[in-house]
Design a protein around this ligand. Structure first.
Ligand SMILES: [Zn+2]
Length: 1002
């Protein structure tokens, strides 16, 4: 007869709770405590150590939200403990639920060097001098912002609203004897008892484990737990020694700590989180020679270098030993939906640049386990930066569909493929628990073809990292019957093995659209505008600074630009740009964007002044890669007078406007029921519908407010038709502007609609004074265009997505991301909408009132989620939108450039010829800069933008010795393959990115 499992399970629960856990430690001995509360923001150790400390006792409450308390701890180990294992045990008042989202501490020696951190699941400190214990603990009262996984508005979102209460009680800070046998017994039991729950009920192995665990419990004497734990372990030894099945799944377990660079805490706390986690990892590698730790984000290393030089030195040593392994190669684990083309490239340029400079090491993988969907441009960008492998697990968050592979080729919009792994364990925070290992084996979709997966283990989100308990589990599951075979290893080792075993991987083509978190294209509009504007100012600043350096000998502001890039790249982190951080983070991000704009404007002004000289001649500077306002790309020229006239006539309480390119009706409601293309006579607006309609949706996602727009919002919509006023605001020969003021609910929206002579574009300027919460505002353009796909700009090109909803994949894709423009077209006739601020769109087949089917294009303008920032999106916003009749892809690109990289009117003595030009309209010059290595070489990055095959000639407006193609990191692709003429001929495949490096610039 088999042992009764129900009774065994109940017995085991009580056994662990009443006998094992209470005896992990034996005798204790008190320590002397004094404390100094930091008055405001954290201070460095040296400053803290100088302060007056007052007596402090265990049992005392401490820690207003976001405050810091320094504890000074002294004492000695009792003489009769000599030779026994002991350590210091600390409980800052931890709750069980959350690691990295509550109190944490970092221990220092009196000389300021770091010992180790205290975390909710890592509560011990070593004793270095038993006769004279003397250490400081910097305890951070980080509040639980998402208490128990709730998503309600929180006063801890900002320091200004923190309640005046103490959050924690210091429960324990003392010396304690470690009962090592009891600790080991605990690990044995957790591994085997966890395995029991994963094995099929009728398997002999399962019954065998239940019997072994029962016998181990029999063997322990409750009156002498420490003395009999070894005996109990002996009963388990045969079960632990039984080897794994020959076909068991193979797990490469790599130590990891997901540290969000900001999220439910401000950036300054992340700096401390890095120090805590990295200190613990370094301490753990000293104890376990097989432990390796995979760590992404150059930014986080840079913080340690800047703020914790002593820890940095030790970290560098561990990197040199291959124990602490940089992964990912990016500046941060960024969002990949919204960063612009060049910014996504720079994530790698800056990230890899840092790792190469500091460690002489180049990560070959892309490590983005938690970003909210993956752009179809990423394979090419990653490979062009030297990456071979890509990793994420976030696709397991899909609400509707499951990706069919775990290890596969991922193919981008240009056809570049990158070998990709989605760990089937579905987490980056594994504890190496039996249920996680079993899940990895069960879910691995490529069984039969391959049999290896990666499991990143270690507490994360707010840091924490691997623990000695996890390492113990890895060792016990290395070769254990019924369990996958676990080996601690590096990400490179894993990918090498996966490549070797998978002879014919499948291919997933295009973006990896995440079927959740669709609100992140829209939440925190000011953060998104800050990113968009910074990216365009950076392009202009680099262009004009390069031109001024080559033409006028002005010093190139490399250091200023580097610092700006670091800020902009940091703020593309996957909880900042997506709008999913607390108020503190977003207000700080907005302030940083304002500061960055000041620096970049300064560079642009200085550079242009050096180029045009002193003078009063009117000039127009065009930093866009397309001609704007009659001025060539990258040129500075006298202004060009526009031609033609805009004609306005009144009709039915509204107006008819004729620009020569379009004839549009603005009706008495301030909406546009008709836009006719002058050349073809084609009506663009869907029959019975109107352009420029604002629509409100109740926006209460079931869980993650700032993250999610749930599908049900589409079923209820409120059209904002009523206007407070509609008037013709201004009219001259060239332009006419109408102003429409609406005040839905508590908000006010002023729309200015401008038409320009000769232009097919309708420009909408929106001032939105937003006082709605949990409400989504959309702007709709219902068109008569019948098409099965829509083009959306992404990095270095565009992506086509279906407009119909055949499959569950189409249904789930109800909100999508685009950069500066979207476009829909029938052959020969299209329509584009460009914007200067935001990213969320939906573009769907529409049957207006049962009439002829068309396509409705909508932009998501603003929301108002209340978690984690209760004030998200409140207040005044200004956005520009341009709707272009008859637009092909090239005119959509121009519209996007016109709104985002507007020409500058300046005064000066002379015009400036472009520093570089290209003769193909399909080719966009994305970036012009001086080389990262300070050599003075000019670097030009360009790409094919229409999705066509292009031949082009790049003409440099300066002398040079040789031009060569390089990767994103400015390393030659084919050494010696250099062009020496003044021009560089190129042939590009659709969406191909090319980086040219001009050496010997004169
Ligand atoms: Zn994250």
């Amino acid at each position: 007869m088999r042992d009764n499992e129900w009774l065994y399970r109940g017995r085991l629960g009580r056994f662990l709770e009443e006998l094992v856990v209470p005896h992990l430690y034996g005798e204790t001995h008190p320590l002397e405590l004094t404390a100094w509360p930091v008055p405001d923001e954290p201070v460095p150790f040296a400053e803290a150590a100088r302060q007056e400390y007052a007596p402090f006792e265990v049992g005392t409450a401490w820690g207003r939200g976001w405050s810091t308390l320094w504890l000074h701890v002294t004492g000695a180990v009792p003489a009769d403990w000599a030779g026994r294992p002991y350590e210091i045990v600390v409980d800052l008042g931890f709750r069980k639920e959350l690691d990295g989202g509550q109190a944490e501490g970092l221990a220092f020696r009196p000389d300021g060097s770091i010992i180790k951190a205290i975390e909710p699941f890592n509560r011990y400190l070593p004793v270095e001098d038993p006769d004279a214990i003397d250490l400081y603990l910097e305890a951070a009262a980080n509040p639980e912002v998402a208490v128990g996984g709730s998503w309600h508005p929180t006063p801890f979102s900002s320091k200004d609203t923190v309640p005046d209460t103490l959050l924690y009680v210091l429960r324990r800070f003392e010396l304690a004897i470690r009962n090592l046998d009891v600790w080991e017994l605990n690990q044995d039991i957790e591994v085997l008892a966890g395995l029991v729950e994963e094995l099929p009920p009728d398997l002999p192995r399962r019954a065998e484990l239940v019997v072994a665990l029962n016998e181990a419990m029999d063997a322990l004497d409750p009156a002498d737990v420490p003395g009999t734990a070894a005996r109990a372990r002996e009963r388990l030894a045969p079960a632990l020694a039984s080897p794994a099945n020959a076909s068991a799944h193979r797990v490469v377990a790599t130590g990891h700590a997901h540290i969000d660079s900001a999220w439910l805490w401000p950036v300054r706390e992340t700096v401390r989180k890095c120090a805590r986690t990295f200190a613990n990892v370094i301490a753990l590698t000293e104890e376990h020679p097989d432990l390796v730790f995979s760590c992404s984000s150059a930014q986080q290393y840079a913080w340690v270098k800047q703020f914790y030089p002593e820890l940095w030195d030790r970290l560098k040593e561990k990197v040199a030993q291959g124990r602490f392994v940089p992964v990912g190669g990016m500046w941060v684990e960024s969002d990949t939906n919204m960063p612009g083309s060049e910014a996504l490239a720079r994530q790698f340029v800056m990230g890899k640049g840092f790792f190469q400079r500091e460690f002489g090491y180049e990560p070959l993988d892309v490590w983005l386990p938690d970003s909210f969907g993956y752009s179809g441009a990423l394979p090419q960008v990653a490979v062009a930066a030297g990456a071979r492998w890509f990793l994420t697990q976030k696709m397991s968050w899909n609400e509707t569909n499951v990706l069919p592979h775990h290890t596969f080729w991922w193919e981008g919009i240009d056809g570049t493929r990158i070998f990709t792994h989605l760990p089937p364990v579905d987490t980056y925070n594994s504890r190496l628990a039996a249920f996680e290992l079993a899940k990895a084996e069960r879910q691995y979709a490529d069984q039969g073809h391959g049999n290896t997966s990666l499991v990143p283990f270690g507490y994360g989100d707010g840091g924490g990292g691997p623990t000695r308990e996890m390492v113990a589990k890895a060792h016990r599951t290395a070769d254990l019957e019924g369990s996958p075979k676990v080996r601690i290893g590096t990400v490179n080792e894993f990918f090498g093995e996966a490549e070797a075993e998978l002879a014919h991987p499948h291919t997933w083509s295009g973006e990896m659209y995440l079927e959740t978190h669709r609100g992140t294209y829209t939440s925190q509009l000011r953060t998104k505008q800050g990113n968009r504007r910074s990216e365009h100012l950076l392009r202009a600043a680099e262009l004009w600074a390069t031109t001024a350096s080559v033409r006028a000998g002005l010093a190139y502001p490399a250091e200023e630009l580097r610092q700006v890039w670091e800020t902009v790249l940091l703020q593309q982190f996957h909880d900042i740009l997506p709008g999913s951080s607390i108020a503190w983070v977003h207000r700080q991000a907005e302030a940083n964007y304002a500061r960055v704009a000041g620096v970049l404007e300064g560079i642009i002004e200085r550079s242009l002044a050096a180029l045009v000289g002193e003078g009063e001649g009117a000039l127009v500077a065009n930093a866009a890669p397309v001609a704007l306002a009659g001025v060539d790309a990258f040129a500075v020229r006298p202004p060009v007078e526009g031609e033609g006239e805009v004609v306005v006539t009144e009709q039915d309480g509204g107006w008819v406007v004729d620009t020569g390119a379009i004839r549009a009706v603005v009706d008495a409601d301030g909406l546009l029921p008709s836009v006719v293309d002058a050349a073809s006579g084609r009506e663009l607006v869907a029959e019975g519908r109107r352009f420029g309609l604002l629509q409100l949706h109740n926006d209460r996602p079931s869980m993650y407010e700032a993250w999610d727009i749930d599908g049900h919002i589409g079923r209820v919509v409120t059209d904002v038709v009523e206007a407070d006023s509609v008037r013709l605001l201004a009219h001259d020969a060239r332009t006419v502007t109408f102003e429409v003021v609406r005040s839905p609910r508590a908000s006010t929206i002023t729309q200015r609609i401008t038409f320009t002579a000769g232009s097919p574009a309708i420009d909408l300027d929106l001032d939105i004074d937003w006082h709605e919460q949990r409400t989504l505002l959309k702007l709709a353009f219902p068109t008569s265009v019948f098409t099965d796909r829509a083009a959306s700009e992404i990095q270095f090109g565009h992506i086509h997505r279906p407009t119909y909803v055949n499959t569950s994949w189409d249904v789930a894709r109800y909100e999508t991301v685009a950069h500066r423009w979207v476009q829909v077209a029938e052959p020969g006739f299209g329509f584009a909408v460009a914007n200067d601020s935001t990213y969320g769109h939906d573009i769907r087949r529409d049957h207006p009132g049962g009439r002829a089917p068309g396509t409705t294009v909508r932009l998501s303008l603003v929301r108002g989620p209340m978690f984690p920032d209760p004030q998200t999106d409140q207040g005044l916003h200004h956005l520009r939108v341009s709707a272009v009749c008859g637009a092909d892809i090239a005119s959509a690109i121009r519209a996007g450039q016109r709104l985002n990289q507007p020409v500058r009117e300046i005064r000066g003595a002379r015009a400036v010829e472009p520093i570089v030009a290209v003769d193909s309209p399909a080719v966009i010059l994305e970036a012009v800069k001086l080389a990262e290595d300070g050599s003075g070489d000019v670097v030009v990055r360009l790409y094919e933008a229409l999705g066509s095959r292009a031949t082009a000639v790049v003409r440099a407006g300066f002398g040079f010795k040789a031009a060569e193609r390089t990767d994103l990191l400015e390393r030659p692709l084919v050494p010696g393959d250099a062009s020496e003429a003044g021009t560089v001929p190129l042939t590009l495949r659709p969406f191909e990115i090319v980086t040219l490096r001009f050496r010997g610039v004169r």
